[in-house]
Design a protein around this ligand. Structure first.
Ligand SMILES: [Zn+2]
Length: 368
């Protein structure tokens, strides 16, 4: 297998670079590539990390799983791109400086149609997509969430049915392209569940399909791998950002090895991470609750705490510390992380939560 300048060889760990664009200053922008190929044929697992350049625990976990000895132990091949965003890495920032928005929202989507030529981040994402779409049997994309956040896995819903082209003039929708049918979507969702569970972090289902598409998450690394390329793919959130959380990094590596065991690339039983979900019902990710009152946020909960509908999540106080309002939740679930800062404007969310999810994990792409 060849990815950029990295050419795999049985029983070896090789490194190289994947050029993704030319920089105005005369050098290529290139992504580091590592490939570990086993002596025996088997599946190909892709590990990508730190598309948000300040999510350094993700980068460190990706580096650490790609040990010299991995190639002598595995069946099949592991391809690892530990940093998908060198511009963000240079400055320890979430985004690149090509244009300031989220680089993890520009992967190819059959629904995405622009009248202007794609900008450089979209070209880079497309080139990364092309590199994994043909070769990956599974993909794990490593990230981090809020400071103090619990580590978790995000499991996306699998979309089925045609993407639609919406006429700019009339608003009329016509189906385009061929997409998986519902049975294929269920099969893909089952495969995804098997691998996401194998990681042995608490699994949180992604937002509802409507919110997912609204946020362009089908154009994230794992979202496009899953919903466009049909590869079982999920996102891992390894705690907080900007400083490597060593304990979480270590568990992140264990999770990756567990996925290899589940794919029968590595022998042996899965190693428990010891990370258990605080509740025993299915949950989905929720940016919730929001405060209607502007003020200073004083949280009553921390990451990992459970709550029930009606519980107060935070107080909103004046700059003098006097009570102004309370922010309640109307869901059951647990706290994933608290949002940074204490200054809240109207309708700002105060926490990232995992709330009870009764929704289906396989959903039609067009919600009519
Ligand atoms: Zn991220």
């Amino acid at each position: 297998m060849q990815i950029g300048t990295a050419e795999s060889s049985p029983g070896e760990l090789v490194t190289g670079w994947l050029d993704v664009t030319d920089l105005p200053t005369g050098t290529p922008e290139r992504l580091p590539v590592l490939i570990a190929e086993g002596e025996e044929d088997g599946p190909t697992l892709w590990i990508t990390a730190s598309i948000h350049g300040n999510e350094v625990t993700a980068l460190a976990a990706a580096q650490d799983v790609m040990r010299e000895e991995l190639a002598s132990k595995i069946r099949g091949t592991v391809v690892c791109l530990p940093n998908l965003n060198p511009a963000g890495l240079r400055r320890t920032t979430r985004t690149s400086y090509y244009h300031g928005d989220d680089p993890n929202r520009y992967f190819p989507d059959p629904d995405a149609d622009g009248s202007r030529p794609p900008r450089v981040q979209e070209l880079i994402d497309e080139r990364v997509f092309e590199a994994f779409a043909d070769s990956a049997d599974a993909l794990v994309d490593l990230h981090t969430a809020q400071v103090g956040s619990i580590p978790f896995v995000i499991r996306d819903r699998v979309l089925h049915g045609s993407a639609e082209r919406r006429s700019a003039d009339t608003g009329a929708a016509t189906p385009r392209g061929t997409e998986r049918d519902e049975d294929e979507a269920r099969e893909l969702a089952d495969e995804l569940e098997r691998l996401a569970d194998a990681y042995d972090f608490p699994v949180i289902n992604e937002y509802t399909a409507e919110e997912y598409m609204e946020q362009n998450l089908q154009r994230s690394t794992a979202g496009a791998a899953l919903n466009n390329a049909g590869i079982p793919a999920f996102t891992v959130e390894l705690g907080g950002f900007e400083v490597v959380e060593e304990n979480t990094r270590e568990k992140g590596v264990v999770g990756l090895l567990n996925v290899m065991r589940e794919l029968d690339m590595l022998p042996g039983e899965p190693e428990p991470t010891g990370l258990d979900a605080p509740v025993d019902f299915p949950v989905k990710r929720a940016v919730h609750p929001h405060t209607e009152t502007a003020g200073i946020v004083r949280h009553r909960v921390d990451a990992g705490d459970t709550f029930e509908g009606g519980d107060v999540i935070a107080d909103i106080v004046t700059p003098h510390g006097e009570p102004k309002a309370t922010v309640e939740t109307d869901h059951d679930g647990y706290v994933v992380g608290r949002y940074h800062g204490v200054a809240a404007y109207e309708n700002d969310p105060v926490t990232s939560l995992a709330v009870r999810d009764d929704g289906d994990l396989v959903v039609p792409r067009s919600q009519e």
